[in-house]
Design a protein around this ligand. Structure first.
Ligand SMILES: [Fe+2]
Length: 407
């Protein structure tokens, strides 16, 4: 192995270790009795995810890429796939249908030992897939844990937000220009990020900030249903944070479904940005060149936005001015994914990963919408420009908000 190749291998090993640590720390937040809970009806019980992260690594790296015989075929299969039924159609399994925590932990330990032995010989792309898969679950596990009763979690109390003055609902003019979507061949990305292509985007206006809880409150007072993250107590709206309820943070972004975001936009006589408009506002410049991140070329750090696990909950929309785009649009990356009006579909030249068929293709069904940006619980590596996320339009558990556009 060349010196460069061995450095890259070392970096992958370190990243895998860090990713394991982030998911281990999440499970440490649970009281033992919570592991058989199903906090989101459309997802598996938590015990599934305890086994799934390791089963995925085993199935991708050992079984598929290196054809190593299984030491536990039953668990490899049981923990292989998550579920995404339409909202309201919950799975029917019982806690007694699942193995004990001790059995799953023993499987996990054995998988990690074997993967650590084998990792050097596995294709780097597959190891990258395993690392990002785990980090994606570090975020979706946070959605699940968010919906557990507070007495099932061990964690810090949430900081109370100071009631702030209201946010200036300024719209920013984005001149016509090009937007490059997708990832360049030779760089790591998931199948749906290829092929890279450029589109022309006519001029439009976009909100400087994400829509806040305070702005959405006007919509609720006008008769709209409250978002999933709010709860009313004695005539006051409270925010259901990760570890406690607080007064509604009026200047933090509202987290809503795609349907709620689109209804709010219609109510304002506006629209949601398309995926290409989001790219233009986030990465475009007046000079025509494009940036890898809204703020320029610097790697993501905590001064640029609320992402990479620094916070559990959203911060105010004006809290990270160093992350503004070239056009002065704030928080396009971090502090909550942003819904777009674009249905999730293939880019020109899409080819599914042969080692993970269905990762994207199963969702090209006109029933999922693209989200861009990133949330407080999105790992830094997935803040790359080409990364695409997607959910059903009425799935309410995601850390996703929106901003509005006008022609
Ligand atoms: Fe998964």
């Amino acid at each position: 192995m060349s010196a460069t190749a061995s450095l890259l291998r070392g970096a992958l090993a370190e990243r895998m270790e860090a990713a394991r640590k982030s998911t281990d720390q999440l499970f440490d937040l649970l009281k033992p009795s919570a592991i058989y809970s199903r906090p989101i009806p459309e997802r598996h019980r938590l015990i599934f995810y305890l086994g799934h992260l390791e089963a995925f690594d085993w199935n991708q790296i050992a079984r598929n890429a290196l054809e190593v015989p299984s030491f536990h075929p039953l668990f490899d299969k049981l923990f292989e796939f998550g579920i995404d039924p339409p909202v309201g159609r919950a799975a029917q399994d019982q806690p007694s249908d699942w193995p004990s925590t001790a059995e799953v932990l023993a499987y996990n330990r054995r998988v990690r030992e074997k993967i650590d032995e084998l990792r050097e010989t596995a294709p780097a792309q597959i190891v990258n897939v395993a690392i990002e898969h785990r980090l994606m679950h570090a975020e979706t596990l946070a959605y699940l844990f968010h919906n557990l009763p507070y007495d099932q979690k061990l964690g810090p109390a949430m900081t109370q937000h100071e009631p702030g003055s209201s946010i200036d609902p300024a719209m920013i003019e984005i001149p016509a220009g090009k937007a490059t979507l997708g990832q360049r061949v030779g760089k790591f990305g998931w199948d749906n990020e290829f092929s890279e292509h450029t589109v022309s985007v006519p001029g439009f206006q976009i909100g400087k900030h994400k829509i806040t809880n305070g702005q959405y409150l006007d919509f609720v007072r006008a008769g709209a249903a409250p978002p999933h993250f709010w709860i009313e107590r004695q005539g006051e709206w409270l925010y259901k944070g990760m570890f406690s309820k607080t007064a509604l943070p009026l200047n933090a972004p509202v987290y809503v479904t795609h349907q709620e975001a689109a209804s709010y936009a219609r109510w304002k006589g506006a629209a949601l940005p398309s995926e290409a408009q989001f790219h233009r506002a986030a990465y475009g410049t007046t000079g025509g060149e494009e940036r890898p991140y809204p703020w320029g070329v610097a790697q993501p750090d905590a001064s640029r936005g609320n992402f990479d696990f620094h916070h559990w909950d959203p911060t105010d929309v004006e809290s990270t001015p160093a992350g503004d785009s070239a056009f002065g649009v704030s928080q396009l990356v971090g502090n909550g994914w942003e819904w777009t009006s674009t249905q999730f579909g293939p880019f020109p030249g899409f080819l599914e990963f042969p080692f993970y068929p269905g990762y994207s293709q199963n969702f090209f069904d006109e029933e999922h919408y693209v989200m861009k940006g990133g949330s407080p619980r999105t790992a830094a590596c997935m803040l790359r420009r080409s990364f695409r996320n997607w959910f059903r339009p009425n799935y309410p558990y995601v850390y996703a908000g929106f901003r509005i556009t006008e022609d």
